[in-house]
Write a protein that binds this ligand. Structure first.
Ligand code: C2E
Ligand code: CA
Ligand code: CA
Ligand code: CA
Length: 282
């Protein structure tokens, strides 16, 4: 038994070593990714569910992509934590903000409807002193009105230090920027804070949406979130909508907006423009 234990331990450490070697490799590669133009953004359309039963495209969520010449496509699920731990998320996050808002202006010029742009914010960016000023600078530099920018924040980022979160949210709110809570329901946000946080929208996490048609508990959770949001004057957007059945349930419960593969995967900017123009022309 002892020997088994030691072998298990050895196996564990060598696996850990391989993991940290990969993390180190990625960190070093990520340092040069911006200047080498390996980062890009894909955009996933967001839809408002109108009373008449139509789904109208109203916005886009910018999602970061990294293509490395040798490593291939690296998922943000893998490299964002590395970018956060190394501080690289600050320059990368600033680039994402500037690129996403510049793209919004290019879409305006191409004749797309006036969309909003949702940008994911890391807890590290949120904690950084300079955030409200940075957001103000990028808005001014790109000429995008503040109300068209929506910053997505996870519950963890907000609950880490609620007093600071409230202060930062107030500053962003004063500038007219919109805020939403991403992955709602997966974190540990205290519901009492929801009324103090300057957020306008809850994004219902895809883990609750996935089994909606089979799982009564998930239906109960989603129903409760939509009602609570309504009572607090917050909008809801359900993410990860993949089937007509899920969409029908969400619509029935009064969810205001959706995004997911049922409508479109995240797309490169040009493909997004084509998609949006085709959807608005009908
Ligand atoms: P997220 O913000 O919750 O983004 C939603 C993820 O779900 C995206 O994965 C999206 O491609 C995927 N998705 C969208 N619709 C569906 C669907 O119908 N079904 C399924 N199964 N998945 C769907 P992605 O692009 O791999 O991003 C993963 C996570 O990486 C994001 O989760 C976000 O936390 C983080 N991330 C991505 N871009 C950025 C960024 O610019 N900054 C920061 N800080 N984080 C980012
Ligand atoms: Ca998001
Ligand atoms: Ca999410
Ligand atoms: Ca997520």
């Amino acid at each position: 038994a002892k020997r088994d234990g030691r072998n298990a331990y050895r196996f564990f450490t060598s696996e850990m070593q391989a993991q940290s070697a990969r993390a180190l490799l990625l960190e070093n590669a990520l340092r040069r990714a911006l200047e080498r133009r390996q980062l890009s953004l894909h955009y996933q359309p967001q839809f408002a569910l109108d009373a008449g039963g139509a789904a109208r495209i109203v916005g886009a969520e910018a999602l970061l992509r990294w293509q490395h010449p040798e490593l291939g496509w690296v998922s943000p699920v893998e490299f964002i934590p590395i970018a956060e731990a190394s501080g690289l998320i600050l320059p990368i996050g600033e680039w994402v903000l500037r690129e996403a808002l510049s793209q919004l202006r290019r879409w305006d010029e191409a004749g797309l409807p006036q969309l909003t742009m949702a940008v994911n914010l890391s807890a590290v960016q949120f904690r950084h002193d300079d955030l409200p000023e940075l957001v103000g600078r990028v808005l001014a530099g790109t000429g995008v009105p503040a109300w068209r920018l929506e910053l997505e924040l996870t519950e963890g980022a907000a609950m880490d230090n609620p007093a600071m979160a409230i202060a930062v949210m107030n500053e962003l709110d004063a500038r007219g920027v919109r805020l939403s809570i991403d992955d709602f329901g997966t974190g540990y946000s205290s519901l009492s804070y929801l009324k103090k946080f300057r957020v306008g929208k809850l994004k219902i996490d895809q883990s609750f949406v996935r089994d909606l048609t089979e799982d009564a508990e998930d239906r109960a959770i989603v129903d409760a979130v939509i009602r609570m949001a309504g009572a607090l004057g917050l909008q809801t957007l359900a993410e990860g909508v993949e089937t007509e059945g899920q969409l029908a349930f969400l619509r029935r419960q009064g969810c205001q907006a959706v995004q997911g593969y049922l409508f479109s995967r995240p797309l490169p900017a040009d493909a997004f423009a084509e998609f949006a123009l085709a959807r608005t022309m009908v």
